[in-house]
Structures are given as structure tokens and as C-alpha cells.
Design a protein around this ligand. Structure first.
Ligand code: URA
Length: 221
């Protein structure tokens, strides 16, 4: 299902993903159609993003007999961190699949001149346990310049979270963004549904999908 292009970078490849990406890229797709297609791709992305989460063995009783089975290890903490506003589109599906995750909202917008992220919100639950047992999945549909990704990752590194316990999940990534993030944080895993051609001079991914937030929230001018 996936192509491994670089250590810790997974570009998922699947007919269902390709089909829905085509809907998403099409500028004539309505907001509703766009969001539904994006939700469908969220499933394979989050399954891949969580593929290394630790499990523990428990005993359950089926209607027929007792058996040993595996569940998420509840001595670990899972933090899911959507970067506002576009990252929220992944969040509903992710919360359905991972109801025990703590959602950590990261509010950042991109300064259109410098292309640097400007923080305005950082709402988290205090991390009380062993930092080695904390896992973080950062959500942002577009990994473009990599500046927001790096700031978000640093925010968790500063709290003592290990690089190898972090995943950055995006829908579309640029080669420039991947280079920047992997250059600085080679142990952070990147999961994405497409590696596009390049960034344009305004920091948009080409061919991309335009402004993800505007397409999701129907604010395209
Ligand atoms: N953010 C977007 O929404 N789209 C891009 O192409 C790049 C950054």
C-alpha cells in the first residue's frame, strides 16, 4: 500500500487514495465533496501514523472461551495535535478511531511575507508521565515550507518528547518541506498521501490543492 521514499517518510499509494486525491485537487469540487474525499483518505493515513503504537496483552472472554488479545497500552499517552485551522479536518475521524487521545490544539498562521509561522494558541493537557511513553501525532493537511511542522515538532521536543515517538501526518507534501523536516528531525516519521512537485514563490504546493483552510471552510475568494 505504500512507497517508502526515504527513511521515516511514507508516501501512501492506493487506488482509493488516488481517486479521492483527484477529487480534492479539482478546483470545481464543492466544499462538501472536498471534505468527504479528505475524510476518506484520513483513514489510511491515521492507520499508518499509528502503526508503531505500543500494545499490551490482556485477557478477554469471548462467548466461547477466554483468550489473550492485544489492546493499546494505557500506561502510554497519545497526543494528537492538529495545526489550526486546516489540521482540524483530520481530527474528527482521528478522534473516532482513537477516542483516548488527548487533543492538543496548535494555533499558527503563516505570515504571507516571511512564510514563517505565527503562534496564537497552544492548548495542551499537562504531561505528567514518563516522557518515553508519550506519543505525538501532528496533523496538518499541507506540509509546504516545513516551517510550521518544525515549530510544532520543536514545541514537543521542548517538553521532552522523543523524536522517534512523533509522527507528522499530512495529505500533500512538498519535496522542500520533507527535506527541511527530515534534515532537522530525521527520527520523526512523516506519513503523507502525496509527494508533489515543488513549492511556488508564494509557498504553495504545486500542483497541490490551493489553500487547504479555504477549501475546507468555504472561504475561497
Ligand atoms: N498551505 C496550503 O493550504 N496550501 C499550500 O499549498 C501550502 C500551504
Amino acid at each position: 500500500m505504500e512507497t517508502l521514499t526515504k527513511k521515516n517518510v511514507k508516501v501512501l499509494k492506493h487506488p482509493v487514495i488516488s481517486h479521492n486525491l483527484s477529487i480534492i485537487r479539482d478546483k470545481n469540487s464543492s466544499c462538501e465533496i472536498f471534505k468527504n474525499a479528505l475524510r476518506r483518505i484520513t483513514y489510511p493515513l491515521i492507520f499508518e501514523a499509528t502503526s508503531a503504537l505500543p500494545l499490551k496483552t490482556v485477557e478477554v472472554e469471548t462467548p466461547l472461551e477466554k483468550t489473550e488479545t492485544e489492546v493499546f497500552d494505557n500506561s502510554c499517552q497519545l497526543i494528537v495535535a492538529p495545526i489550526l485551522r486546516a489540521g482540524m479536518i483530520f481530527c474528527e475521524v482521528v478522534q473516532d478511531i482513537l477516542p483516548f487521545a488527548n487533543i492538543h490544539h496548535i494555533g499558527m498562521y503563516r505570515d504571507e511575507t516571511t512564510l514563517e509561522p505565527v503562534w496564537y494558541y497552544n492548548k495542551r493537557k499537562e504531561i505528567k508521565q514518563d516522557k518515553n511513553k508519550v506519543f505525538v501525532i501532528i496533523l496538518d493537511p499541507m506540509l509546504a515550507t516545513g516551517n510550521s511542522a518544525i515549530d510544532a515538532i520543536k514545541n514537543f521536543i521542548d517538553k521532552g518528547i522523543k523524536e522517534e515517538n512523533m509522527v507528522f501526518m499530512s495529505l500533500i507534501s512538498s519535496p522542500e518541506g520533507i527535506e527541511k523536516v527530515t534534515g532537522m528531525f530525521p527520527e520523526v516519521k512523516i506519513v503523507t498521501a502525496s509527494l508533489d512537485r515543488q513549492l511556488n514563490s508564494k509557498g504553495y504546493i504545486m500542483p497541490g490543492l490551493g489553500d487547504a483552510g479555504d477549501r475546507i471552510y468555504n472561504t475561497v475568494e
